[in-house]
Design a protein around this ligand. Structure first.
Ligand SMILES: [Zn+2]
Length: 451
């Protein structure tokens, strides 16, 4: 279905109204042209393919993110958005990039391991092979077992915290001094889906702490292994079998400060150019997979919406501002910064800020307060007819509580909205996991949401 973004944008609804079977605020010719363009000439999957497969995951501070921001800006310029630009919002002290990574069991059996490391953490020095032994539980233990730890991988029964405590840091230092190769710990056993009763197994989540310093870079690898495989390693050690592992993990750091940007482009309004509607997604992602559902999908639908409106020569009365945020995964950093920097303008002129960050499901509705409801009903009238198999509803209620960039707007009293996304895609299966790959996206849902 063609839905939210494009058609809302040109609807320019201002007056109070009641639910209508068809939309009366979007000129019929614009409505028809947008639907034809979005349904028959959709490029949304080609955009997503480029972002996720050609550029790859887009961790904030990575070269990939910078490439994606520049590519998006040029893509918008090529569409005719002469004002497409990168808006700097901050910097990170150190950049982080990944090359390929792999792990394997060499003995007592041969087997590939599904593994990863947190972002902004150490990789290996090429391929590093060694026995697997239990990680020490104290500094003294590490010192006493120094000979055993030398050249060994250390099995940690408890998952390490994102930031190591003082005690954990001291143990790690002793392991490093003994010449150990790094920690091996378990991925998650299970994770509940958003729908009751659905449980996902064996997920490797990616996270990480960007607050690192160039003169004190992380140097001791922390390798997460899929839960079921980790249990096999534990069982082998319990049977006193000699276990040998090898990991080859190409993580590398880049000296900062690394400048960070949001991407911005305006379709300037013909009557009230100062007033604007934001259409957005976040271009950054975690980097354990391709960053498709979180949030390549929102980036691709935003860019496709911009394309459709240009292609049909839409002339909205108010400005439509297409925005791709970055630093979202580290705490909505790009949107918060932009909203604060433009606080007065946002408070006075921002009519709505729409955020797509709910994965690959389709835009099935929008939620508003009682006061917002008449306006939303009028603006979205007829959207349910775009694709009868993908219903669209306007409902009264609170914004979904998922932390995303709409809350940066709400926090200063501006109208931020997060699409209610519906469909069969399992968000919690792909969200920040090894399965967030291009094939997780659903083409029909993407085409609908761009509209
Ligand atoms: Zn996200």
């Amino acid at each position: 279905m063609l839905a939210p973004v494009v058609l809302l944008l040109v609807s320019n609804a201002t007056a109070q109204g009641t639910p209508l079977p068809r939309n009366t605020v979007i000129p019929p010719a614009t409505w028809d042209a947008a639907i034809t363009e979005g349904k028959q000439k959709s490029q949304v999957m080609a955009i997503l393919d480029h972002l996720c497969n050609r550029i790859g995951p887009r961790l904030t501070s990575s070269d990939n993110l910078q490439n994606a921001c520049e590519w998006s800006r040029e893509w918008l310029k090529d569409l005719g958005y002469d004002n497409a630009r990168l808006d700097r919002w901050g910097e990170f002290p150190v950049g982080f990039n990944r090359g390929p990574w792999s792990g394997e069991v060499l003995a007592p059996i041969k087997k590939a391991l599904v593994c990863n490391t947190p972002a902004w953490s150490a990789g290996t020095h090429g391929r590093q092979e060694g026995p697997l032994v239990l990680a020490p539980t104290s500094e003294e233990d590490a010192k006493e077992r120094a000979t055993e730890l030398q050249g060994a991988w250390l099995l940690m029964k408890q998952r390490p915290r994102r930031s190591l405590s003082g005690r954990a840091r001291r143990i790690t230092k002793a392991c490093q001094e003994a010449g150990a190769l790094g920690y091996v710990y378990s991925g998650r056993k299970t994770r509940n889906g958003m729908k009751k009763g659905i449980v996902h197994e064996n997920l490797l989540l990616t996270g990480g702490n960007y607050r690192i310093r160039w003169n004190k870079l992380p140097a001791f690898p922390r390798v997460q292994v899929r839960w079921d495989q980790f249990q096999e390693l534990v069982a082998m050690l319990e049977k006193r079998q000699e276990v040998r592992l090898a990991f080859d993990i190409r993580n590398w750091f880049k000296k900062g400060p690394i400048p960070l940007y949001n991407v911005v482009a305006d379709l300037v309004g013909s009557e009230k150019p100062n007033e604007f509607v934001v259409v957005s997604g976040h271009i950054d992602s975690w980097d354990g997979a391709a960053g498709t559902t979180d949030n390549g999908t929102g980036t691709a639908t935003t860019l496709e919406a911009a394309r459709i409106l240009k292609a049909i020569g839409a002339r909205p009365k108010r400005t439509i501002r297409f925005m791709l945020w970055s630093g979202e995964e580290q705490g909505l950093m790009g949107s918060r910064s932009w909203v604060q920097k433009n606080r007065k303008d946002v408070k006075v002129n921002c009519q709505a800020a729409l955020v797509h960050d709910g994965g690959t499901n389709y835009a099935g509705g929008i939620v508003g307060t009682k006061a917002q409801l008449p306006l939303l009903l009028r603006a979205f009238a007829g959207f349910h007819t775009i694709d009868s198999s993908l219903p669209f509803q306007v409902t009264e209620g609170r914004q979904p509580s998922y932390g995303s960039d709409h809350t940066s707007f709400i926090s200063i009293g501006a109208p931020g909205f997060y699409w209610k996304q519906e469909g069969n895609a399992q968000y919690r299966y792909t969200h920040h996991t090894q399965y967030d790959t291009f094939d997780a996206a659903v083409p029909a849902y993407q085409a609908q949401t761009a509209l």
